[in-house]
Design a protein. Sequence first.
Length: 422
Amino acid sequence: MEQEDPSAEAMAAAKAALLEVVPARRDADAEVAYVLGALYLKQPFDPVLAKPKGGDDPEKDDDMAPHAKVLRDIKDLRKAAARARRDRFRRVTQGNEGAKQKDGVLVSKSASASPIRAGVGDFFQAWRWLQIAAFRGHTGAMVRLGNICIENVSDDRSGGTYNVRLAEKWYIRAAAAPSPIADAMYNLAKLYHEGFQAEDGSGEIREILSSDSVRARFWLDRAAQHGDPTACLWMAHAARVGDTGLGFSGPDRDTALASLQDALSRDAPGGDFYAAQLHRFGDANLGVEADEALFWRYAKQGAKKGDADALFAMADAYFNGTDTVEASLAEAFKYYGLACDAGSGEAAICLGAIFARGVGVKQDYEAAFRYYELAADRGIVLAWQNIASMYALGQGVPQDEQAAKRILETWGPHIQEALQAP
């Protein structure tokens, strides 16, 4: 449900709109509010209030994150714009008996902002600005507001109900806008496909939103029709496995292959890897036979784009060999390394095993332990079993049987589940 950070062009547009003092266009005003909201998502706390000791020393600017500097610059521009607007207002309303005076300056009463009922965590400022942008028709702001609601359900005093329902409303508004946004449609499909559960005050899990296959399929169809590549890939997989949560009663060959082709043509993240694995092993339900040439074609395409899964697939193919390519430990090691650098946890645990056993490389328990730790950090549960074993045996780390015992007590059930998984 994440969205990309505001681009340099969007930030420039926001600054330009502010420099115009009184934006002539409603959409320019909305863009300003949206960029401020997006920046506050990166910098929840006001950089002025959180300023380190040392005051306004320009030399200390280097200690600030780039988005904090941009936020500070835009805030300064807003202050200048506000001053100029007040000057303009005084000139326009001089002689207006309906305006109130304060210290000789004509002012008009403005409505105070409505209180925030949703749980928004630390993102109070982001929520305020994104709301302004959303009420002025900015669909990207609507999606981000929905995301904030979902990500901060634990802060919702109603136990999650208000946040989830509000997220649903914001996504629907963005999806049904005159210029709809596909991210909102995708998020709705995901929300209706999975439903939503949360823990109440007593610790019990309760259902807030029921799954709805009809609505999930409707919004996923819409997202795919609006060109969302991830929606196309999801549709391909759902049709392939016959996902009942999306209204499929069984595998749907035509929909699966057509959606996969759409995903590939739109460069869906992970699409090349998915196609590579499909052609590596084939799928009788889809009438797709294993085709090694197509496997290598799609795997290499994904590898060129830096796809960690595609790189791992190539490493695995080189490690085990195929009908047309002999096993090569050197090539396997190379691609395991590239996949690991790209963020693959599976590659990290494989590298750990390679160093622990000395397969094609010099045995190095310290390196093995580092890779197992990296794999565990990336969510590979089985890596904890190897880490516990190395603590128990004192391989790569000082022997510590108590540490091994604590790890197995914590991760033992999860390790068993992972071992039994198909």
